[in-house]
Design a protein around this ligand. Structure first.
Ligand code: MG
Length: 400
């Protein structure tokens, strides 16, 4: 067992946990997991310390011109060189070129795509085209470009191994089963931080309350997306493309304990499920060691005394969920528009420009007003993304 790994998005939540898992695996397995490339955003300090520890040959950072309010294009590259003391065996690139290089590096066996946002799609496609397995944590790759990913996979020996607790669970449950025997798959949703709040109070909740997720510690957008169940809507779309499963065979149940991550129901009525404590290091480790398994030092689930509850989705509480799943069924550019709109709406909620309930209202307007393009190419996806962002930037309901 052992792999050479390229990590895109190394300074984010999944990126840093991936490096934690690699460090743990290497302690038991004689350093057989090597990091060959790291790509990150603008956290130069953290990236520099990752480079010093893991010694990749290739580093890519976000282009400064992609960041606002930075005067010089090469500023971060210079900064990084300075921090690293100009080693001779390292190449530093930036922007989309850097991501592409990191995604297709000849010596990499697997690319962990932990990028956040639509920028993650192109590197996923490039990695598959180059025959690399992809540990996929970037949701947008499948949400906005699922048809493109499927197309690329059809002509490739590469595999996409999901790094998301629900999809990793289903992926593991489906391995070695006959797809004809599967009746449906079930994804679980925690229900987020507002699961028990009175419906009338939802337009008055603060960002702080929403960000206080009971089970998972994640980035702020996905935590808000858990409270609206928008995240689960996107996960249904991801499951559709990842498992080639029709939408009417994908169900979602609210399961507040986040212990059962996914279930597969077979034709004969048998249900198989995957259980563990909520810990992203498990799906990350599975993707890294796939198809093998390695020991882990993470807390093992003790089932004694644990109560597991399941409930159907309450569409009054989570109106955005149905909208996002519908967007997936319509397909084309609509999921890209919904994803872009949600990103802006969540940001505006977090800065207290709009109330929590306006996220679903904004999404409904984008859904209703969208000019659909089916089977979109990259440029059409980017255009749908841009328009939706522009639209909800001005979508306004006064807070308070
Ligand atoms: Mg998930």
């Amino acid at each position: 067992m052992g792999k050479r790994i390229s990590i895109l998005g190394s300074t984010g939540s999944i990126g840093t946990q991936t490096l934690d898992v690699i460090r743990d695996l290497n302690r038991d397995l004689d350093n057989r997991f090597a990091v060959v490339a790291l790509a990150a955003g603008s956290n130069v300090d953290l990236l520099a310390s990752q480079v010093k520890e893991f010694k990749p040959h290739l580093i890519s950072i976000k282009k400064v011109q992609e960041l606002q309010s930075q005067p010089q294009d090469e500023h971060h590259i210079d900064l990084l060189w300075k921090k690293l003391g100009k080693p001779s065996n390292v190449e530093i690139l930036s922007g989309e070129d850097g991501l592409r290089e990191a995604a297709t590096l000849p010596e990499a066996d697997i690319v962990i795509n932990a990028l956040v946002g639509a920028v993650g799609l192109e590197p996923t496609l490039a990695a598959i085209k180059a025959g690399k397995d992809v540990g996929l944590a970037n949701k947008e790759s499948l949400v906005i470009g699922g048809h493109l990913v499927r197309e690329e996979l059809a002509g490739s020996s590469a595999q996409v191994i999901p790094i998301d607790s629900e999809h990793s669970a289903i992926y593991q449950l489906l391995r070695g089963t006959d797809p004809k025997g599967v009746a449906r798959i079930i994804l679980t949703a925690s229900g987020g931080a507002l699961r028990n709040r009175e419906l009338e109070e939802l337009d008055r909740v603060t960002p702080g309350e929403v960000l206080n997720h009971p089970n998972w510690h994640m980035g702020s957008r996905i935590t808000v997306d858990s409270a609206t169940l928008v995240n689960k809507g996107f996960e249904v779309i991801e499951a559709h493309w990842l498992f080639g499963m029709p939408y009417d065979k994908i169900e979602v149940l609210v399961h507040p304990q986040s212990i059962v991550h996914g279930l597969v129901e077979f034709k004969d009525g048998t249900i198989a499920s995957s259980l563990s404590y909520p810990d992203m290091r498990l799906p990350i480790q599975y993707a890294l060691t796939y198809p093998e398994r390695a020991k882990s030092s993470y807390p093992k689930l003790d089932l004694r005394g644990i109560e597991l509850l399941f409930d159907k989705v309450d569409h009054k509480r989570y109106p955005a969920f149905k909208l996002v799943v519908e967007a997936g069924k319509v397909g084309g550019t609509l999921p890209a528009a919904m994803n872009a709109a949600d990103e802006v709406l969540v940001e505006r909620f977090l800065t207290e420009e709009i109330p929590f309930t306006a996220i679903a209202q904004g999404l409904r307007e984008v859904f209703n007003g969208h000019k659909l393009v089916q089977e979109p190419a990259g440029e059409e996806i980017r255009e749908a993304d841009r328009r939706a962002r522009e639209y909800v930037k001005h979508f306004g309901i006064k807070n308070g």
